[in-house]
Write a protein that binds this ligand. Structure first.
Ligand code: NAP
Ligand code: MG
Length: 401
């Protein structure tokens, strides 16, 4: 069998623990037999991040900027316990944070849907993609607890020294106070990423804030989105038959629940944090949630939304076969391969990504799945729980057929 050729390499970012094991299994079972796989490999596993003083993460981010498409395995974000466990010289920053900062990107999360595992919301027929603006607002706030009466003021000192001052509140007793910010630059990047991703996936884009109450702060978000849309994206959306739609966040939540899915819901930082947990839980399983970082200039980094599945890794180290779900990691690869195929005019590669995704979904729909899904299964045939490798082999069999 001749393998599918590739012209431009994918940027491959390896990771940690159970997902690192699965990474290799996926390559061996589902990719290397079919594709003449070309990747530029970066090892973001924690030992290599320690050895290179995290330079490898920075280099990988630059490689994604250069080539346009990356695929990333889950990685450990060190905490005090990890510093001990891996004898780290320092608590290296989250690789995802570093990637996001360098690519200036927005994260889009979407569930993989299969028949037999139904969303809690019965009318959701298609995935809902959440785009979270992961910068500023309450995550970078300054808080203060006035202990007693006093006047709180908002003071802004311009670069030239000019001062503006507004009373926030005249406290008659103790209370709480917070200041937060965002920047036009960051909101603009967020908006570009959202418009780009809507065009790239052919889905409508929804955006919602509380601009009726937050007449300057949230209204700025609304205006920036609208200005960019009118100035640049409107004709492209019309050409593709998709729409951009702004509404109040209260209205958006009601519409989301009544909808059948199939669109991107862009959220401010806090809304995205909360809503992505709600939406992903309602769709079923963390192991079925995909994630892609999209930069405002259209660079893509695909990954699974879950972590390194530590508990399963320790079982694996103890010699046990695990039934860890590889779906989101496989879909990170197919997302990246399809995008590479589109960019390079490599139809065969994009078609392979489609066929592999279909083989994965058909395998689960036939009743063959990992343990996490078996408990959620509502299909007619009883679920057959298999190991990770057993699941990958079943997918390969379908791919070959
Ligand atoms: P996690 O790795 O996502 O795992 C949490 C639990 O969810 C697992 O113990 C498992 O439950 C279930 N689960 C997640 N993915 C699964 C899969 N593919 N198949 C089957 N079950 C799955 O989150 P965590 O335990 O909070 O974090 C572990 C490490 O991952 C941490 O070091 C963290 O820093 C890192 N992390 C990385 C990323 C990233 O790279 N994007 C994201 C999140 C966390 P059961 O044990 O009950 O089976
Ligand atoms: Mg959250």
């Amino acid at each position: 069998m001749t393998k599918i050729p590739m012209t431009v390499p994918l940027v491959e970012l390896d990771g940690d623990e159970m997902t690192r094991i699965i990474w290799q299994q996926i390559k061996d079972t589902l990719l290397l037999p079919y594709i003449d796989l070309k990747t530029e490999y970066y090892d973001l596993g924690l030992p290599e991040r320690e050895r290179t003083r995290d330079q490898v993460t920075v280099d990988a981010s630059h490689a994604i900027q250069k080539y346009g498409v990356g695929v990333k395995c889950a990685t450990i974000t060190p905490n005090a316990q990890r510093v001990e466990e891996y004898k780290l010289s320092q608590m290296w920053k989250s690789p995802n944070g570093t990637l996001r900062a360098i690519l200036d990107g927005t994260v889009f999360r979407a569930p993989i849907m299969v028949r037999g595992i139904s969303p809690v919301v019965k009318n959701w027929k298609k995935p809902i993609t959440i785009a979270r603006h992961a910068y500023g607002d309450v995550y970078k706030n300054t808080e203060f607890k006035p202990a007693g009466p006093g006047k709180a003021e908002l003071v802004f000192t311009a670069a030239d020294g000019a001062e503006t001052r507004q009373t926030i509140f005249d406290f008659q007793g103790p209370g709480v106070l917070q200041g937060m910010y965002n920047t036009d630059a960051s909101i603009t990047s967020f908006a570009h990423s959202c418009f780009q991703y809507a065009l790239s996936t052919g889905q409508d884009l929804w955006f919602a804030t509380k601009d009726t109450i937050s007449k300057q702060y949230d209204h700025r978000f609304k205006d920036i989105f609208q200005e960019l849309f009118d100035a640049q994206y409107k004709p492209l959306f019309e050409k593709q038959g998709i729409t951009y739609f702004y509404t109040l966040i209260d209205d958006a939540v009601a519409r989301v629940i009544r909808s059948e899915g199939g669109y991107i819901w862009a959220c401010k930082n806090y809304d995205g944090d909360v809503m992505s947990d709600m939406v992903s839980t309602a769709f079923g399983s963390l192991a079925m949630m995909t994630s892609v970082l999209v930069s405002p200039d259209g660079k893509y980094e695909y990954e699974a939304a879950h972590g390194t599945v530590t508990r399963h890794y320790y079982k694996h180290l103890a010699g046990e076969e695990t039934s860890t779900n590889p779906m989101a990691t496989i879909f990170a690869w197919t997302g990246a391969l399809r995008k590479r195929g589109e960019l390079d005019g490599n139809r065969e590669l994009a078609n392979f990504a489609d066929r592999l995704e279909k083989a994965c979904i058909d395998t689960i729909e036939s009743g063959v799945m990992t343990g996490d899904l078996a408990g959620l299964w509502e299909g007619e045939t009883p679920a057959r729980k298999v190991t990770t490798q057993g699941f990958l082999d079943a997918i390969a069999q379908r791919l070959d057929a």
